[in-house]
Design a protein around this ligand. Structure first.
Ligand code: ADP
Length: 255
């Protein structure tokens, strides 16, 4: 059951499909998924390996195009976007967090976080300032000049989260963000994501771990390219006020 959704959904897919052709074989990686994700939701995506989770996330992140179906991001039909428009949407509206952090090893935490702003309108000083705010936001104000190798796994993931929020996105897509971390550090990272969600950022997160999924207010379960379950109110977020009206990351947005 989807929310009634009176306003504009952050994400809406309608019969979204992705097929891969392998010679004469066709793999239906995504076999028709329809879902609405409202502003401020915290959604976990679960399912066995090969069930289509990565394909779904890649489509939501505009990293790939669907074979059929529609994808609306904040009401705009993304399938109609050209390359440049897709890149702009990714850069300005979506923050990505990966299992293995994906930081550039030779530059500092600060420069890693400032990097997504290089494609935007900000001057160097402002990029630096915004990156500093984002790093403080994740509790790394004292590690700005460290390179990734000088940071623990949990700290590296914090840098990656700072990089994801520096452009004040409306959506964070996190692909097993705690998968490479010990459980205590994983809980800390989930706490940070929770705080960001409390401030109004919509989060969609892939996980294999039921206790991680418990942080979400909604769990989508995939199997064989289909969404076979859509359950609400499973985790700690159950009953939380709808944060659609909450301001987005005021500190990072800088107003
Ligand atoms: P999950 O993330 O749940 O493990 P995926 O979305 O990666 O699942 O994969 C879904 C299905 O699509 C799998 O059967 C996988 O083998 C297939 N698949 C994924 N990417 C490709 C690709 N680039 N080419 C061919 N088949 C693919």
């Amino acid at each position: 059951m989807n929310r009634a959704g009176n306003g504009t959904a952050v994400v809406q897919t309608i019969d979204l499909r992705k097929e891969y052709r392998m010679g004469t074989n066709v793999v239906n990686a995504l076999a028709g998924v329809s879902v609405r994700i409202e502003p401020g939701e915290f959604v976990a995506v679960m399912g066995p390996s090969g069930s289509g989770k990565t394909t779904f996330m890649n489509l939501l992140g505009c990293l790939d195009r669907p074979s059929a179906g529609k994808y609306l991001f904040e009401g705009d039909e993304v399938s109609a976007f050209d390359h440049t428009e897709l890149a702009r949407l990714r850069n300005q509206k979506i923050g990505f967090v990966f299992q293995n952090f994906n930081l550039l090893p030779r530059i500092t935490a600060l420069d890693n976080v400032a990097l997504p702003l290089a494609y935007g309108k900000f001057a160097r000083g402002e990029r630096r300032q915004r990156a500093e705010v984002a790093l403080r936001e994740v509790g790394l104000g004292d590690r700005m000049d460290h390179r990734p190798v000088q940071l623990s796994g949990g700290q590296q993931q914090r840098v990656a989260i700072a990089r994801a929020i520096v452009g004040s996105p409306s959506l964070i897509l996190a692909d097993e963000p705690t998968g490479a971390l010990d459980s205590k550090t994983g809980v800390e990272i989930m706490g940070i994501l929770q705080t960001l969600n409390d401030r109004g950022i919509t989060i969609v997160l892939v996980t294999h771990e039921p206790d991680i999924a418990e942080h979400a207010g909604r769990v989508l379960t995939f199997r064989d390219g289909r969404m076979i379950r859509d359950e609400k109110g499973m985790g700690r977020r159950a009953g939380a006020p709808t944060p659609a009206t909450q301001p987005h990351l005021v500190a990072v947005a800088g107003h």
